[in-house]
Write a protein that binds this ligand. Structure first.
Ligand SMILES: Cc1ncc(C[n+]2csc(CCOP(=O)(O)OP(=O)(O)O)c2C)c(N)n1
Ligand SMILES: [Mg+2]
Length: 322
């Protein structure tokens, strides 16, 4: 049973609203050339990201993938710096060199999103080895989609993490698609969390990954297990992306009925109902947060638009660490 301070409940709502509004805004801005290259939206998957990250500390580390806006926001990136990064500006969180698929925020433990499917797993295992070696007590979470678990890197990484007893959580957001491929074409087993059996680690499952409290609650168990030195764990949560795979995808392989059925399970509406019905927040308070987020995003877009392009010379900065 989850019991949090009111400010923590509201912070989760704020972060979910930010993820929603940032991607809704970007969906308009990409058409006007605001973002260089492709971008992948997290709309519909807000509860999975926020529920997963709300129980981590700033020192805990995450790695994410091409669909990493949600985790990046949940891990507390500065919003104007994120917009500037998406626009490739000098004031961006990675000085404009990363963009949508390479968002990072080292101070808050976001070691980077990653355009290579399955590319984050081994990096997360390496970071977890560092935590174990230096006995920091921090843990690492590797976010991925469902399809990525069919990459060889997944199996090698989970196996190595298991035999070395590393403090890493493999967090899978199962949205049932890898681009246009329905999961039934790519994966024989009905539940991805059972893959943990092959490596001798525990597997956890949240059927309603649109319920932020359910995700948070289950993650508390997973975090306790991993932080206590019991080695890695794997968790699968079910959710759905409302938009196409990326801005280059019209989504013709999914029926309107299917998409609508998931929109009816809107994570933000679900959480608003939970908060108001349990007297944890009023509709007025939540409306005020919505307004605050809308203004914050307008300001962030303006900040990005008014920012200068990076100088070419920065391309070779921060490549090596002594
Ligand atoms: C190694 C590699 N193979 C293929 C691609 C192209 N690609 C980008 S996203 C994607 C599907 C990923 O699906 P999933 O892991 O389920 O994540 P989702 O997009 O559903 O969030 C593919 C095949 C890639 N970027 N990297
Ligand atoms: Mg997927």
């Amino acid at each position: 049973m989850v019991t949090l301070a009111k400010e923590d409940y509201l912070d989760m709502f704020l972060k979910m609203q930010r993820i929603r509004d940032i991607d809704m805004k970007l969906n308009k801005l990409v058409r006007r050339g605001f973002v260089q290259g492709m971008t992948h939206f997290s709309v519909g998957e807000e509860a999975a990201s926020v529920g997963a990250i709300a129980g981590l500390t700033d020192q805990d580390i995450i790695f994410s993938n091409h669909r990493g806006h949600g985790q990046t926001v949940a891990k507390g990136i500065n919003i104007p710096a994120m917009f500037a990064e998406l626009a490739g500006k000098a004031t961006g969180s990675s000085k404009g060199r990363g963009g949508s698929m390479h968002l990072a925020n080292l101070e808050k433990g976001n070691y980077g999103t990653n355009g290579i499917v399955g590319g984050g797993y081994a990096l997360a295992v390496g970071a977890a080895l560092t935590q174990q070696y230096h006995n920091t007590g921090n843990i690492v979470v590797a976010f991925s989609g469902d399809s990525a678990t069919n990459e060889g890197s997944f199996h090698e990484s989970v196996n190595l993490a298991a035999v070395w007893n590393l403090p890493v959580i493999f967090f899978i957001i199962n949205n049932r698609y890898g681009i246009s491929t329905d999961i039934s074409y790519s994966t024989k087993i009905p539940h991805l969390y059972t893959r943990s059996d092959a490596y001798g680690i525990p597997g956890y499952y949240v059927e309603d990954g649109n319920d932020v409290i359910a995700v948070y609650d289950k993650m508390q168990e997973v975090i306790d297990h991993v932080r206590s030195g019991n080695g890695p764990a794997l968790i699968e949560v079910e959710s759905y992306r409302w938009f196409g795979h990326s801005t280059a995808d019209a989504g013709v392989y999914r029926s309107k009925e299917e998409v609508d059925s998931w929109k009816a399970k809107d994570p933000l509406k679900k959480y608003r109902t939970y908060l108001t019905e349990n007297n944890l927040a009023s509709n007025e308070e939540l409306d005020a947060i919505e307004k605050e987020v809308a203004e914050e995003i307008e300001d962030a877009v303006k900040f990005a638009q008014d920012s200068p392009d990076p100088d070419l010379s920065v391309a070779f900065e921060d490549v090596w660490v002594d």
